[in-house]
Design a protein around this ligand. Structure first.
Ligand code: ARG
Length: 579
């Protein structure tokens, strides 16, 4: 709809230019927004205010001329001037109903990409395998998953890359411990956290052990078969822990998406060599670095990207350069999105700039760091266990499901055990995910079980419940959602408001995909659920006496149901038919 209005305005501008009212050579970006207050129509544009100065006219005078020059369009019932010179557009409700009927008949709910299909690499989750996944990995995993799903739904090709930390000095310590305790492998590794702590303790307490650990890193990096064997076993176990978390979370990640740091190991010398040949390398205290003018510290001194340490070892940044080259050149990505903690913002700015300068990525490839804030505890400080340790993600999910189980059982004691467990799973995991996804990605937030499990407010239980209400209307009629006939008539104010919001689904998904902000979809679904409530209250469906009216309202309910369901699925939640 916004595109249609933009085109209409463009045509009006062209007409006014031909008539000599506007000077030649103006090519403004035409902005069209959704209005907040329906008294101002459905869409508004500030174009007259933007062009008033170059046109040498008063904004309201120009607005008047624009309205007179607008071509007639079946989708717009009227256009008028408001305030200092806004153009307000009212959509034609017959045309709107027609579009929604088409969306209801379409398995893709009328959402289709107008631009070309892009290939997008999504770098998500990416935990370090030396330790168990903790709450810090939740955000990258689920925000990345939601955005990847939305990208796929609107028609992009998505390649998920789980850039796990499976290489580096900690592995020497772990291998030394494994070597010392060959029998521990199977049992102790079921708790990697404990294993890591035990190895670290040995490392700190024993100088011999530390020497051995360092030797093993060198041997591992030079491809020693026995070391590689131990290392592989360790990673397999660690990855299977991760997979357990992914499955539990209902995140679309498998072992096929894993391409860890070690996969780039053989590429690192050529990255450094290439930088050297391009004259970009500078030696500083034996380390090999690149300095770029645009990166300076607070004192104004240049900041380096270190690509090789004095001892010859490579760094996190070197691996990221190799990964960028692979994603651009081998995977042929148009866009690469990094769902990584905001605290790594400077790292990404620097490696992005360097990768471009060195030609590791094509000029047309978009590199975007989708940084996120910290998940805090109730005290506003990073989430910790009572004794100050990191919280294992799997423990957090267990607790969420237990709490949800108690809640659901309390509300609905007659449910049988299997269904109860299934609902508790969807509600508990959904609550954790939704609480996170519904906050602006870049802000910090406080983790709060009571809040996220509440059936009121912008929460998973509220939205899951909203969907079951729609499902139950159809169940009472003995029909599938979507099984409707007749046509949609938008009579009541509540019907119009719901319809107008339903028509924005595609646009909202487009913004989620462009900006990597799933909270926009959460806000939209929450709004939709609220609009549905007022519609349902004012416009009886099952009790409607006139059949055409009942059919029409059923259609609106069906599209609301499908949109809620699809939206929840795109966020990675599991919609339930009843709860
Ligand atoms: N393993 C890193 C960490 O836990 C995150 C990796 C993110 N991805 C990347 N390409 N650097 O901090």
């Amino acid at each position: 709809m916004k595109d249609t209005i933009r085109q209409l305005i463009q045509q009006a501008l062209t007409r006014l230019t031909e008539q000599g009212v506007l000077p030649e050579g103006l090519s403004p970006t035409i902005q069209v927004e959704n209005t907040k207050d329906k008294a101002h129509g459905d869409f508004a544009s500030n174009i007259a205010m933007m062009l008033a100065k170059p046109a040498g006219m008063k904004p309201r005078d120009l607005a008047e001329k624009l309205i007179a020059a607008l071509p007639v369009d079946a989708q717009i019932s009227k256009a008028e001037i408001a305030g200092p010179g806004f153009l307000n557009f009212f959509q034609n409700s017959t045309a709107l109903a027609g579009r929604l009927e088409a969306a209801l008949a379409d398995p893709h709910l009328g959402v289709h990409k107008n631009g070309s299909r892009q290939k997008t690499v999504v770098d998500l989750s990416s935990p370090n395998l030396a330790k168990e996944m903790h709450v810090g990995h939740l955000r990258s995993t689920i925000i990345g998953d939601a955005v990847a799903r939305v990208l796929e739904f609107i028609g992009d090709e998505v390649i998920r890359q789980n850039h796990v930390g499976d290489w580096g000095t900690q592995f020497g310590m772990l291998l030394a411990y494994l070597e010392e305790n060959p029998a521990c492998a199977e049992s102790e590794l079921t708790d990697l956290e404990q294993f890591y702590r035990a190895a670290k303790k040995r490392f700190d307490d024993s100088a011999d052990f530390a020497v051995r650990a360092r030797e093993l890193v060198v041997r591992l990096q030079s491809g020693d078969a026995q070391c590689l064997h131990l290392w592989r076993r360790f990673n397999e176990i660690s990855l299977s822990h991760c997979q357990e978390v992914y499955d539990r979370l209902g995140v679309k990640l498998t072992q096929a998406d894993v391409r860890g740091e070690s996969a780039y190991n053989d590429d690192l010398p050529s990255i450094v060599q290439d930088l050297h040949e391009q004259g970009l390398l500078v030696e500083s205290d034996g380390a090999r670095c690149v300095f770029m003018d645009e990166f300076k510290n607070a004192e104004g001194n240049p900041l380096p990207v270190i690509v090789q340490k004095a001892g010859g070892g490579y760094l996190y940044a070197t691996t990221d350069l190799a990964a960028m080259r692979y994603r651009s050149q081998t995977l042929a990505a148009d866009r690469v999105l990094y769902f990584v903690d905001q605290r790594q913002a400077l790292h990404f700015q620097m490696v992005f700039a360097l990768a471009r300068r060195a030609g590791f990525v094509g000029q047309n490839v978009q590199l975007e760091h989708m940084g996120f804030g910290t998940m805090n505890g109730a005290d506003g400080r990073p989430f910790k266990t009572r004794d100050g340790g990191t919280v294992k993600l799997i423990d957090l999910l267990d607790e969420a499901e237990q709490r949800a189980y108690a809640l659901v059982k309390d509300k609905n004691p007659e449910l049988d055990e299997t269904e109860l467990r299934q609902i508790a799973h969807a509600v508990g995991i959904g609550a954790v995910k939704y609480a996170d996804l519904s906050k602006h990605r870049t802000s910090d937030y406080s983790f709060n079980f009571e809040q996220m499990l509440s059936f009121e407010g912008n929460t998973a239980p509220y939205l899951l419940y909203a969907y079951t209400r729609v499902a139950s209307i159809f169940r009472k009629l003995g029909r599938e959602i979507g099984d409707t006939e007749g046509s949609m008539l938008l009579e009541a104010e509540q019907e119009q408001a719901l319809a107008a919001r339903l028509a924005q689904f595609g646009e909202v998904l487009g913004s989620v995909a462009d900006k990597g902000l799933p909270h926009l979809l959460c806000t939209y679904l929450y709004d939709l659920a609220g609009l549905f409530s007022s519609f349902y209250e004012h416009c009886p469906i099952l009790a409607a006496t006139e059949p055409t009216r009942q059919q029409s309202r059923l259609k609106l309910a069906a599209l609301t149901g499908q949109t809620l369901k699809q939206g929840l699925e795109l966020l990675g939640l599991e919609p339930l038919e009843r709860m």
